[in-house]
Design a protein around this ligand. Structure first.
Ligand code: NAD
Length: 491
């Protein structure tokens, strides 16, 4: 089955104070689909004055929203989840059109997972129990949690609705008002969501501002009228955002880049069985979902005893990946999200070859035919080399896996940790000792063992080192959006 490009209006607005509001300066930017480089629609090129309007709305709404009951807020989050679910296919198509990822991913993973995050945080807030203790016979010590106030959230383009759904639910359910800026490359699903839920929250509680980072993101992150900045994106952008927020002494959470190792020990090939098949899939499939995943297993580390035999199977599996029209339900690898990404990845392929990396698969753009000829497709690529090469060290954010071999556990750990980043990692082994000790030694916020890529709402997710700090998901997230007040009550 092949879906068609969804229909869009000619232009869209920001969502401020419960209404769709055109940009004050009247400027728009053109959003195009990476599938065929066709125009999608025009979106507001917001500036500081648009951000100020949203700040007025959010600040006016925060007192009343912060005083609503947890039950009331939880009910509204469930409502949002139901609305997205009702329109799941519409959201999936819009996401595929905007981002270029295959419809099978958006239909089966991105949007269902986004829905689950709304439900998860709706449930979390209801399961909380208060606590109080007696200091002495006449004094009660009681801690209460209060919202921070107004939250600025800035998100990237790689999982547009999912990143929004990692950010909005915990902030809203804890009683904060939010101004969220989607990435300029993928503004559509956030807009569609606002169209569907325009009346769900009181005016000013949720605001969406479109535009570019330096024009709309910077005034938002720099404002003294926000109480926290939650950011997901590149490490270098995160450094800028921290500078902006520090002027107001505002707390930040940083979900940044990665260069995740995926480590395969000899024992995965002890038998030719279902586990080995799963390991091959684990080396290949999660690296080649455009490679535009912050935890993309972009460094493949294979123990020398199995290197040749394992890589033979990995290469064969890679070459069997179906790349093509993202609207086709059989497509496994779609388009890169933008021309910038497309060019950046090709530049890294050139760098890799110049550094002496050997191309084991792909290694170039994939020129598709028909209307896809204008789209941004890169063949799934495997580069063989060593961990000091730039292609092993820098985040390419494309379907490019860099493979190297290691001798023993110590070398595997050393290579895995020889990176500025510490977001995700994979470890594959049948050895009970390695199952626990290798993940323990890897400096990363998430280690998958004998699996890769699941992002359940109840598992904390975030980075070590230059991959950021703070966590997303899990009930602990609630406290990233609250402050604690202690009351000492004498009676
Ligand atoms: P990016 O940093 O270029 O942009 C992210 C957002 O920041 C966009 O909305 C952009 O408009 C905004 N922005 C850019 N410059 C800004 C500025 N000066 N001031 C304020 N806002 C600004 O990142 P990207 O290219 O959109 O996304 C890819 C990156 O995101 C990768 O590095 C990836 O690893 C990372 N990522 C991390 C996670 C995680 O959870 N750790 C998840 C997804 C993506």
């Amino acid at each position: 089955m092949i879906y068609s490009k969804p229909k869009f209006k000619e232009k869209y607005s920001n969502f401020i104070n419960g209404k769709f509001v055109p940009p004050i300066g009247g400027e728009y930017f053109e959003n195009t689909s990476p599938i065929d480089n066709s125009l999608i629609a025009k979106y507001p090129r917001s500036q500081k004055e648009d951000v100020e309007l949203a700040l007025d709305a959010a600040n006016a709404a925060k007192e009343a929203w912060g005083n609503t009951s947890a039950t009331e807020r939880s009910t509204l989050l469930y409502k949002v989840a139901d609305i997205i679910e009702e329109h799941l296919e519409e959201f999936a198509l819009v996401e595929t059109c905007d981002n270029g990822k295959p419809i099978r991913e958006t239909l089966n993973a991105d949007i269902p997972l986004a829905i689950d995050h709304w439900r998860y945080f709706a449930a979390c807030i209801r399961s909380e129990e208060g606590s109080a203790s007696e200091l002495d016979a006449n004094t009660l010590s009681m801690n209460i949690k209060e919202p921070l106030g107004v939250i600025a959230q800035i998100i990237p383009w790689n999982f547009p609705l999912l990143m929004l759904s990692w950010k909005l639910p915990p902030a809203l359910v804890t009683g904060n008002c939010v101004i969220l800026k989607p990435a300029e490359q993928t503004p559509s699903s956030a807009t569609l969501l606002m169209e569907k839920i325009a009346d769900v929250f009181p005016p000013g509680v949720v605001n969406i501002i479109h535009g570019f980072g330096p024009e709309a993101g910077k005034p938002l992150a720099s404002s003294s009228r926000v109480d926290k900045v939650a950011f997901t994106g590149e490490t270098t952008t995160g450094q800028l955002i921290m500078q902006y927020a520090s002027k107001n002494l505002n707390p930040v959470t940083m979900e940044l880049g990665g260069k995740s190792p995926n480590v395969f020990f000899n024992s995965v090939m002890d038998e030719d069985d279902a586990f080995l098949d799963k390991a091959i899939e684990g080396a290949v499939l999660f690296a080649f979902n455009q490679g535009e995943v912050c935890t993309c297993p972009s460094r493949l580390l294979v123990q020398e005893g199995i290197y040749d035999a394992f890589m033979e199977r990995v290469i064969a599996r890679t070459n069997a990946i179906i790349q093509g029209n993202p609207y086709d339900v059989n497509t496994m690898l779609g388009a890169q999200a933008s021309n910038d990404q497309y060019e950046k990845i090709q530049a890294y392929l050139k760098i890799g070859k110049e550094e002496g990396a050997k191309v084991l698969a792909g290694g170039e753009a994939n020129k598709l035919s028909g209307n896809l000829a204008e789209g941004f497709y890169i063949k799934p690529t495997i580069l063989e080399g060593h961990n000091k090469m730039r292609v092993f060290q820098e985040e390419i954010f494309g379907p490019v896996v860099c493979v190297t071999k290691f001798k023993d556990e110590a070398e595997a750990i050393a290579i895995a940790n020889d990176t500025l980043y510490g977001l995700g990692a994979g470890v594959w082994t049948r050895d009970a000792h390695q199952l626990y000790q290798i993940p323990r030694a890897i400096k990363a916020g998430r280690v998958w063992v004998n699996c890769y890529h699941a992002y359940p709402a109840h598992a904390p997710f975030g980075g070590y080192k230059k991959s950021g700090f703070g966590r997303e998901n899990h009930v602990m997230m609630l406290n990233y959006y609250r402050q604690t007040k202690n009351m000492l009550i004498s009676y």
